[in-house]
Design a protein around this ligand. Structure first.
Ligand SMILES: NC(=O)c1ccc[n+]([C@@H]2O[C@H](COP(=O)([O-])OP(=O)(O)OC[C@H]3O[C@@H](n4cnc5c(N)ncnc54)[C@H](OP(=O)(O)O)[C@@H]3O)[C@@H](O)[C@H]2O)c1
Length: 288
């Protein structure tokens, strides 16, 4: 059986990807950075854990040894994402990895720092000659989860960018299934797949849908940049990360982030999840 390395294994995306892969019977090596995370992963059913630092080339070489496939899920907005990705591409190519799945982002070409760092990794992967799949996911519907309690309490859907620009919000469950499919089905090598949800939704559109689902008014509110910056500073975020987030939010306010769902529909063999169905399944049912 093929051994699959998953980086960022203990994160929000990594865990859902691993869950889908385990249900499919895959053999997994999880790259984590803490003992505690390794214990959790083993309890989930992962066969092998490697505790390391993605910033260490030696750890990357250890991680790819004897794996046939890998999915690289870099920590979000990591300032060294380009360097880490390129080093992992070199390590994987030299160790004969048969398929490298890069978990990138929708529209890596836009002028937002972490998109550009992912673009550099995509280029290195294409140039490597190694079989690859580049996945370009849109913004997650799951961004609603951490603000759900506040939204229910105040009837306000607050995010730090325009309430009017549109996003092809996508369900992380669909994305995890798509990752599992490109790893376990043949014939995806050398593909770049845009993975976007089925509707272009603004925060106002989401608030309207939530109003219907909850049977009470939900208002979309744009949090201003200064107050958002203060929240980030108080949370101890590094200045570079704060700058990246503010640049991203300005871009979102000006342009949104829209894509097309045809490829995701084809990969899943069904309709991608709609916003109302996500809210019903992941938020209303669990909190009922
Ligand atoms: N959110 C979106 O809408 C969206 C859309 C498109 C693409 N993406 C991409 O999805 C990817 C994953 O995001 P996520 O939200 O799943 O991330 P996450 O939940 O923050 O998980 C990141 C994981 O990386 C681990 N990590 C951090 N630094 C590390 C290091 N130096 N060495 C080893 N491991 C390290 C963390 O370990 P600990 O568990 O120990 O903290 C954590 O498990 C990102 O690349 C992001 O750009 C996200």
């Amino acid at each position: 059986m093929k051994q699959v390395l998953v980086t960022g294994a203990n994160g929000r995306t990594g865990r859902r990807v691993i869950d889908k892969l385990l249900k499919h019977g895959a053999s997994i090596r999880a790259f984590v950075r803490r003992e505690e995370a390794a214990r959790d992963m083993l309890a989930m059913g992962v066969g092998e854990c490697l505790i390391g630092n993605l910033e260490s080339e030696a750890d990357l070489y250890r991680a790819v040894k004897d794996v046939q496939q890998l999915v690289h899920i870099c920590p979000p907005m990591h300032p060294l994402e380009d360097r880490i990705g390129k080093a992992l591409v070199s390590a994987a190519a030299s160790s004969g990895v048969e398929l490298f799945v890069e978990y990138s982002v929708l529209h890596p070409v836009i002028e937002v720092p972490h998109h550009r760092r992912k673009l550099a990794v995509e280029a290195a992967l294409i140039d490597s000659g190694m079989p690859y799949v580049i996945l370009q996911p849109a913004r997650y519907m799951q961004h609603l989860n951490p603000i759900w309690a506040e939204l229910l309490r105040d009837g306000r859907h607050v995010l730090p960018f325009s309430t009017k620009t549109r996003f092809s919000l996508v369900d992380l469950e669909d994305l995890a299934e798509a990752v599992m499919r490109v790893l376990t089905q043949p014939h995806h090598a050398y593909a770049t797949y845009q993975l976007a949800g089925p509707e272009q939704l603004s925060m106002q559109d989401c608030a309207q849908r939530l109003t219907s689902l909850l049977g009470r008014d939900v208002e979309a509110i744009e949090r201003d940049e200064d107050s958002f910056r203060k929240v980030l500073e108080a949370s101890g975020a590094a200045p570079e990360r704060i700058q990246t987030m503010l640049t991203m939010n300005r871009h979102y306010s000006a342009h949104g982030l829209a894509g097309n769902s045809n490829v995701l529909r084809w990969l899943l063999g069904r309709e991608p999840t709609r916003f109302e169905d996500f809210v019903t399944r992941e938020l209303l049912a669990k909190n009922a």
